[in-house]
Each structure stands twice: as C-alpha cells, then as structure tokens.
Design a protein around this ligand. Structure first.
Ligand code: PEP
Length: 255
C-alpha cells in the first residue's frame, strides 16, 4: 500500500451467495468489526436481489454496497441484464466488471468489459475492473504481456478523468477460489506491471494515483504480507468475504 498516494480499498465479492435475510445478518455481524477502520474503504459487492437489504443494514456505517456486474446499454431488449442507470437509481456506487468467472462462464471479452466499464463510468459509478492471467499464461512466462494487454483493451477510450473512478483488481485466475495465492512478490510485481502500463497510457502521476487491488484467495492469514507491498492497494476477496471475522481481519491488516 502507498496510502500517501492512493486510497486502500478492501472489497468483498459475494458472488452467488446470500439471500436478503442472510445479507442483513452478515452486515449486522461485520458492521461493528469494521467500524472506525478508516484507513481503507470497505465495500461488499452483492447479487442484485440482495443489494437493497445489504444497503439498509449498512446505512450509517462505513460499509458501501456494490453490484457484481452491469450491462453497457441504458435499457432495451437484454433479458436478465441490469443497466448502470438502474444501479445508480438504487444508490449503488460500486460495480465489479470483468471478473474471471464472467469471462470464463458467461463469454465476456475485453471488448464487452470495456463497453461495460465505459457505461458504468458515464453513469458516475466506481468500477472495480478485474483482470489477470490464467495458469498456462503464468507458466509460459507471458503474465506481463497478458495483463498489459488487458489493461489497454479494458480501458480503451477511458479518459484520465474517468480513471479516477477505476480501481483495478489484479486477480490471477489460478488463485481465485483455489486456496492458491500469488506470493506477495508476484502480486507486487504484476500490480507494478499494470501500473507501468497505466503510466504509458496516462502518465506517471495519474498511474501513481490508481488503486490496484490483489485478489485470489486473500485471507486473514496472508493479507498483511500482501498489503505490505507498495503496489498492492487493497484486496478483492471472495471466500473470506462470507465470514465476518475473516473479512474484518483483512480490514484490520489494512489499517
Ligand atoms: C474473487 O472472486 O474475486 C476472489 C478473489 O475469490 P477468492 O478470494 O475466493 O479467491
């Protein structure tokens, strides 16, 4: 973390977990554990149908509630999709875009990730943009090229001003939900490659201000070491975001 230059963000990705009642119980349990931990922003991204319950439970606290995806059109014949205008009308500020599960199971590409990112930014949302290499790419030594390319394609036509509302989540796909974690050195190095790519696109000053999270089996045991790295500005957390004590310990590690 470099808290002098950029904001640390600890975000949970609930994925397809929690009914509204379960979300309410979870937020009520985690709220006192993260209260006053102001050295980072605390966000939970929830399934669309649990957002309202989570927001109500989080009201008045330092917890913000986001969505897990957004469509790029404002409205129209896109069965099952939700627009940025709909999310902002519900008071949703954050949205995850480009998660590897969306890319892997739902056919999302850098092109659709870019369209969704631009639509969310135009609607005034804050985007948590996920990218990262798969195992074969890491083993073949092309991780740097892969994340640089994703950074360029996913942020095509995003202005420096809009970039202020982008958080990048570096998520090596082989580490998501697997219990495998990038070493702190690997996480720092690849987040550094993403930052260097941003510097080429937007200039060094702008790049230094961008929050770049690590995601991939971050938990209460490994968070402090990962967050101690200068280029790791927070975490996007799946499994450990479903357990109040584990998530709160990660927020503690960011203080
Ligand atoms: C994620 O889904 O973004 C993630 C990092 O999951 P996990 O922490 O379970 O690996």
């Amino acid at each position: 973390m470099n808290t002098a230059k950029r904001r640390t963000v600890i975000a949970g990705n609930w994925k397809m977990n929690f009914t509204p009642a379960e979300a309410t119980a979870f937020i009520n349990a985690v709220k006192p554990l993260v209260a006053g931990k102001n050295n980072c922003d605390v966000v939970f991204c929830a399934p669309y149908v649990t957002i309202a319950a989570a927001q109500a439970a989080a009201a008045g606290s330092n917890i913000k509630i986001g969505a897990e995806n957004v469509h790029f059109a404002e409205k129209g014949a896109y069965t099952g999709e939700v627009s940025a205008q709909m999310l902002t009308a519900c008071g949703v500020e954050y949205v995850i875009i480009g998660h590897s599960e969306r890319r892997q199971y739902f056919g999302e590409t850098d092109e659709t990730v870019n369209l969704r990112t631009k639509a969310a930014l135009a609607a005034g949302m804050k985007v948590i943009l996920c990218l990262g290499e798969v195992k074969e790419q890491r083993l073949s030594g092309v991780t740097d090229e892969v994340v640089a390319m994703q950074t360029k394609l996913d942020l095509k036509d995003v202005s420096a001003e809009e970039l202020k509302n982008v958080i990048i989540a570096y998520e090596p796909v082989w580490a998501i939900g697997t219990g495998l974690t990038a070493t702190p050195e690997q996480a720092d190095e690849t987040c550094g490659v993403i930052r260097a790519t941003l510097a080429k696109l937007y200039g060094a000053d702008v790049a230094e201000g961008v929050t770049i999270q690590y995601g991939g089996s971050m938990n209460e045991k490994n968070a402090a070491e990962l967050l101690s790295k200068v280029n790791v500005d927070g975490g996007l957390i799946g499994g450990a975001s479903l357990v109040p004590e584990k998530f709160a310990a990660i927020v503690d590690a960011a203080q």
